[in-house]
Structures are given as C-alpha cells and as structure tokens.
Write a protein that binds this ligand. Structure first.
Ligand code: SF4
Ligand code: SF4
Ligand code: SF4
Length: 738
C-alpha cells in the first residue's frame, strides 16, 4: 500500500499547464479560464491583478510566450490569452486594488529606476508597508512604456494600483554611487541598458548583502521580476539571508494533441465582447492530466482522482488515522472492474486498479469487507470446480496431451455448444487436445480471497502436470490473464488465433449480420494480434466491421461488482451498450451475456464461427442472457455432453430437482436478486421435511433457511404436481439463532 503512495509521486495531476510555465508571472491560467467561462469578469480580474500587479499594462504589453506554449495550437490556434486578459480588465466592474491595514515595517528600501520593473517592486513592498524611495534619473516614470503605450493608459494604471500606498518618488535624481544611499536594501531596476553599478549576472540577489538586481528584456519580464524580487527582498529583511528567487516552474505534463477537438477562435481581430470572451475561454483545454479520470468509470462515477482514492482507502483500511470509521471507501474498493484501463491510459503507468485489488485483499484479510459483496460469486466458483461441472480428461485415456482446452466457466454457462463445438474443432486440428473445464479462480482474485485463489491455482497446476504439461488454449481473455499471472510456466494460445492460423473458414452468412461493432474485452488491451485474428475471422464470416478504434473496455462484469454496487454496474453497462448503435460482436461470454441482459443485440464470435443461435435471422443477437440458474444448468449439461459425445460415458446425475413452477415475473425477480432456483428448492424441501413453515388462510406457505451465510425466504404453494413459487428473497446476512 505504501508503494502506491510512492508511485503517486509520479502522478502528473498537479503539474501546471504549458502556458502557466511559459508565463513570466506563472499565471494560474486554468483558474483564470474557469472564472471567465463562468462569465465572472470581476473575479478573473482579481486573480489577474493579484498575479501581475499592473493588469491593464500587462494585458497590453505582454509578449505572450503562453501562446507559443499553448498545446491548442497543435490542432488549430493557441487560446487568445492576451485578449482574454484584456477582456478581464475591460469588463471588471471594480478595478480598485485591495487596501491592507498592516503595521509599518520600519525598514527602508531604495529602488533605482521608476520603470515598470521598479514600480512593480515598489507596489509589492509598499503594500506590505515597507518604506520605499524610488530614484528616477529622468523627469517621468514608466521607462520603456512610453515607447509602447499611450501615457494615459499606463500612468492611470500606476496611479490606480498604487492609490492606497505611500512611497517617495525622486525624479531627475540619478544615482551614480550606491554608497550615497541610506537604505536597508537596494533594488537596481535600471533596465537592460542602465547602470548596473559594477554588478553583473541575471536578476536576483547580488554578491553584496542588501543589493538586488532587476532584469528582463521585455516589459512583462521586468514587471514579473520586480514582483518576484519584492519577495526576495522581504525575506532578506526578515532573515538577513541573500537568497535567489525561485526558478520558474517547468511541467512534466503530457497531452495527446491528436485528441484535441478542432475549435479555432471565432474572432481574432479587435477586443472581445463579453460573450466572445466566454466563448474563447471555452476553447481552453485547462490542460491537466486527467487520462485516468476520463477513461476509468469508477473514478468518473465517484469523481475522485487516484490521489483522493488513496487517501480514502488509507483511512478505510487503517481506521483511526483520520475520521476513523473505517468504511469511507469500502464500496469504492469493491467496485473496481479490474479492467486495467487506468494503467493503460496513464502516461506514468500508475495502476490504481492494482492498488484497489490489494486494498480488497487487506480488507478481506482483516474481515472488514462485507462478505455478501462476493459470496454469490465464490459459491459459483465452488460450483464450477465441483463434481457437477469440472472435467479434466486427456483426448485419449493414458495418452500424453499436447494441448488442453480451458474454456473457463462462463463460456459453457452461456451456451454449452460454444465449448463442445470449439473442442470438436480443436481435436480436428490437434487430436492430442485435452479438455479442462472449471473456473480459473477470477472470483477469488476479485474478492481478495488469497487462500481460495491459491488453492484453485494449485489444483489447476496439479491437473496440468498430470496431463503432461500441455499448452493451454483459452477462449476467455480473463482466464488467460489469470494463468499468465499465477501459472506463468503454462504456455498458452487463444482459440481464435489458433483458428485463424489454421485457416478456419466459417460459414458465410453475412446477410444476417451485415455490420457489427467489435467489442474487445478490457483484458485484451495488450494483444493486438488477438484483435487482428478476431477481425479476420469475422470478415471471413461475411460481416463488415465498423471499427471505431476504441480502447478495449470492461462491459461491467469485471470485478463482479454487480452486487457490491448495483447502480454503478447498471451505469457502466448502459454506457457501454450505447457506444454503438450496431449489434456488438464480442469474444467474451460475459460481455455477450451482460449486453444481452441489458437488451443490447450482441453476438459471441463463436455464434458466427459455428453458425450457432442463428437459425432465425438475428436471433443470436437477441438471444437473452441465461439466468444465474440457467447458467448453472448449462454448465451441468456441458459436462454431461462432453462425457457423452467425446468420451462415450454417461455422467452420474447428482441432481434431484423439485417440480417447481414460477411466473416469468418471479423468475425475473430471482435473477435480479441473484437467487438460484436450487436454493429456493432447498428451502422448500427443508420446510416440507421439517414442517418449519407458516401458512396463511389461502394456503400460501412461508419459510426460510440459512444456506452458507445467506438466509433465503420463500412463499410457495403446494400443487397437485409439485409446488408453485410465489415469491422469494434473501438476506445477504446470517441470522443469529432461531
Ligand atoms: S489550452 Fe489552455 S491551459 Fe492548455 S496550454 Fe493552452 S491556454 Fe494553457
Ligand atoms: S482497473 Fe478499471 S475500474 Fe479499476 S480503477 Fe482501473 S480503470 Fe478504474
Ligand atoms: S493518468 Fe491519472 S494517475 Fe496517471 S498521471 Fe494522469 S492523473 Fe496521475
């Protein structure tokens, strides 16, 4: 966990934008722009005034290094910051400076030169109530500004900004020897051609105590230096130390210029009206690293950056450090889809998902993560790897296997034929292919259950060794990634790449699925070869692909967040489904079923390749997602079919189903609440056997049973041929005693 805090030091979120770094004053352009976008000219003016001292002058004479640095010019034209500054000055209702009632400091500063730099330094020091004497060799103040602006423009500004300050101005007073001055500090602001009194070097503290040098080729630079040196002089007066001013900020920010939307300025000549200023401010990107916030659903949903997430997770895992209630980010931790998008889009490779997974593990280890968040999925893992579903067989008894097909638990749960047809194909190209059904352990990983994950991985490793160390063939990217991470010794291929390499020719049925949008699963990000193979096979099937070059994204399934955070899950699914109006083509069974469950037409690639679910036109696209109970049934059926078709064996049936009827509405409710029919049946059996049930006057029976840590309640009616289920619900909690 400490590592992540360290890693966050590389985060670019707080890096200044390019323009601010180029600005002689380091103006906070993002803040200025935000105020202008709101049409708050007064507030924009106040920020500008506080930063540049003489806003009306700077807005006119600044040489605009910000424009040269502005990233927007890579796309069209730099943001017109100069005109925006002028608009802030022009439309501010109150331009008077603030008046500060501070005690006099009793220290005297001599400033040589009443040009813009000297006056800027005087402005800051007099505001802090130092005694300032300005020596000007000519008969007028303003220096180089006389060559650049009309006198009424800058003289009025000096008068305005210094209106509350007292200082002594000595015109026609040339200083030739610093020793003639009586002062606690001296600032030499004589301009590029002026007398430097034997000091050389850049603006800053000189080699002699109490003497400071101004500088700047451009008037804006001179003003910025004057303001900065006022701070350096004040520090000297307080501490006696001759420090140099801070160097100007640089930025590590990186922005993708290609992603900037085209938006040239509406007006380039003349001053901006108020509306034009607001519009122009809208062109600013307010450059800040936000790649993760933009792409990660979770960060967007909670409106939290990785830094903020780290803080909240810290007080959740170590309560007592701040607010101490230990639950601040529990749900947030359990809502990560583990899609790796944050890591992939971050220019610094910061992996917030890995941090959340680690946090989930910590919470789980200390028993602080609410168990209902993952209980259903952990039971599902147990079921997939139990006697009803799991099957490990070499192609021929006693033979060594060169390959093994690991379809994962979800593929057969969606449609058992996805697995049987794929296995049939694999045997046709490589007869020494074993079959290995079961769950890879992803639910344990996502639940942070290390012990269960380890035992699942160990079980897989033992069976792989028994098979003679064959190469794995995966149909699911998540399974492959789990193997890569925890069983790196197992070499692997993706089924679709094997098919493409062997020149698999799918039946051409383009008329039914003319155009499709490919939805690459999130965990395939690092596999362009897989993306290519999928597209080749899809086109061979006669489909045209509308490729939007999208980042592979999570359909919502990742992390199994649907119980931990239902509104978030629903939002992610909605967002994904809306990304294209076309039917989706996926090669992840979870993606297909999630989209089908949300009413989005979606094909699994295997639908096309084996002409499954396609007998009535676009039926596959609309094939509804199996319910949780149907998914279990499908997995049972898969084992039975594999044994029967490929090994000529009959599966011993462990099932003993209760004759139970239920309405489509009740079935929908069970699915919504992820209640399995077999759990409902267990409650009814228990109630009937024990008599522990209540009856109402209509004969409706009510009863409950705790299964694992969950308590299920049912309302059912005995019928002539079995039972009719009227309602069911569950507490994702256990009851403490009857
Ligand atoms: S787009 Fe805006 S924030 Fe970014 S560099 Fe340009 S002016 Fe600065
Ligand atoms: S893994 Fe995915 S959901 Fe989790 S923080 Fe990263 S981008 Fe967000
Ligand atoms: S993408 Fe996010 S985590 Fe990465 S540097 Fe940018 S703000 Fe920081």
């Amino acid at each position: 966990m400490r590592d992540f805090k360290e890693t966050l030091k590389n985060c670019l979120r707080e890096e200044p934008p390019f323009c601010s770094c180029a600005c002689p004053f380091g103006l906070d352009v993002r803040d200025l722009i935000s105020r202008l976008q709101r049409g708050s000219f007064n507030s924009a003016y106040r920020l500008f005034q506080n930063t540049v001292g003489f806003p009306a002058i700077v807005a006119q004479v600044c040489h605009r290094p910000c424009a040269a640095a502005c990233i927007r010019k890579e796309k069209d034209e730099a943001v017109l910051l100069g005109k925006l500054e002028q608009a802030a000055v022009a439309y501010a209702a109150n331009r008077r400076p603030n008046q500060y009632q501070l005690p006099a400091k009793g220290k005297k500063i001599a400033i040589i030169g009443a040009g813009p730099g000297g006056l800027a330094c005087a402005l800051r020091l007099t505001a802090r109530k130092y005694e300032v004497v300005l020596y000007e060799k000519t008969n007028r103040i303003g220096g180089c500004l006389w060559d650049l602006l009309l006198p009424e423009q800058f003289l009025a500004e000096f008068e305005l900004q210094l209106m509350y300050e007292r200082y002594e101005l000595k015109l026609n007073c040339e200083i030739n020897d610093l020793a003639t001055l009586t002062a606690d500090a001296i600032y030499i602001a004589t301009g590029p051609e002026g007398n430097r009194f034997g000091f050389c070097g850049a603006a800053g503290a000189s080699r002699q105590d109490g003497i400071f040098l101004g500088g700047g080729e451009q008037p804006a630079d001179a003003i910025a230096t004057g303001l900065r040196m006022a701070g350096v002089i004040e520090a000297y007066l307080k501490t006696g130390l001759m420090r140099q001013p801070e160097t100007r900020k640089t930025t590590r920010l990186v922005m993708d210029a290609a992603a900037i939307p085209f938006a040239p300025p509406a007006v380039t000549d003349g001053p901006l009206t108020r509306d034009q200023a607001v519009q122009e401010a809208g062109r600013c990107l307010k450059c800040q690293c936000d790649a993760c916030l933009k792409h990660c659903d979770l960060m967007r949903y909670y409106g939290k950056s990785p830094g903020r997430i780290e803080e909240e997770v810290e007080v959740t895992i170590h309560p007592g450090t701040l607010d101490g209630n230990g639950t601040v980010a529990t749900r947030l931790i359990a809502s990560c889809n583990h899609c790796d998008v944050c890591k992939n889009v971050c220019p610094q490779g910061i992996d917030t998902g890995a941090f959340l997974l680690q946090s989930q593990r910590s919470m789980q280890e200390k028993g602080a993560m609410p168990w209902p968040f993952h209980d259903f999925w952990l039971r599902d893992l147990e079921f997939s790897n139990g006697a009803d579903c799991a099957l490990v067989r070499p192609a021929a008894p006693g033979e060594r296997s060169s390959y093994f097909f690991f379809p994962g638990c979800r593929l057969g749960g969606s449609d058992p034929r996805y697995v049987t047809e794929s296995y049939r194909y694999l045997l046709s190209v490589e007869p020494e292919t074993a079959i290995f059904t079961g769950c890879c352990g992803a639910p344990a990983l996502w639940a942070g259950d290390q012990a269960l994950l380890q035992s699942t991985i160990e079980q897989i490793r033992r069976q792989w060794l028994d098979l003679g160390r064959p190469i794995a063939v995966f149909a699911c990217v998540s399974c492959r990634n789990i193997f890569r991470q925890f069983l790196p010794e197992i070499e692997s291929r993706m089924l679709y790449q094997v098919m493409e390499q062997h020149g698999f020719q799918p039946p051409v049925t383009a008329a039914e699925t003319a155009r499709l949008a490919v939805f690459d699963p999130c965990q395939s990000e690092d596999d362009p070869e897989l993306h290519r193979a999928v597209r080749v096979l899809t086109e061979k099937a006669g489909c045209r692909i509308a490729d939007e070059a999208e980042l592979p994204l999570c359909c919502g399934w990742g992390g199994q967040v649907s119980i931990a955070n239902p509104p978030y899950f629903a939002q992610v699914v909605r967002d994904r489904a809306a990304r294209s109006e076309l039917p989706y083509l996926t090669y992840c069974a979870n993606c297909r079923d999630v989209f089908a469950g949300a009413g989005k037409p979606a094909y699994h690639l295997l639908d096309l390749l084996f002409a499954l679910n396609r007998h009535t036109g676009r039926e596959a696209a609309y094939r509804r997602a199996p319910t949780a109970s149907e998914s279990r049934q499908n997995r049972r059926l898969l084992k039975k079919t594999l044994l029967h078709e490929f090994f000529k064996e009959e599966a011993p049936m462990s099932e003993n189903r209760l004759p139970l009827r239920l309405s489509p509405q009740t079935a929908e409710k069970l699915q919504r609440d992820l209640i399995l029919l077999e759990d409902v049946e267990a409650v009814i059996r228990h109630c009937e056997a024990s008599g522990e049930k209540a009856l109402d006057e209509s004969g409706l029976c009510f009863g409950h049973l705790q299964i694992g840590q969950m308590t299920f309640w049912v309302a059912y009616r005995p019928t002539a041929d079995g039972f009719c289920l009227e309602n069911a619900y569950c507490h994702r909690m256990s009851l403490g005693g009857e």
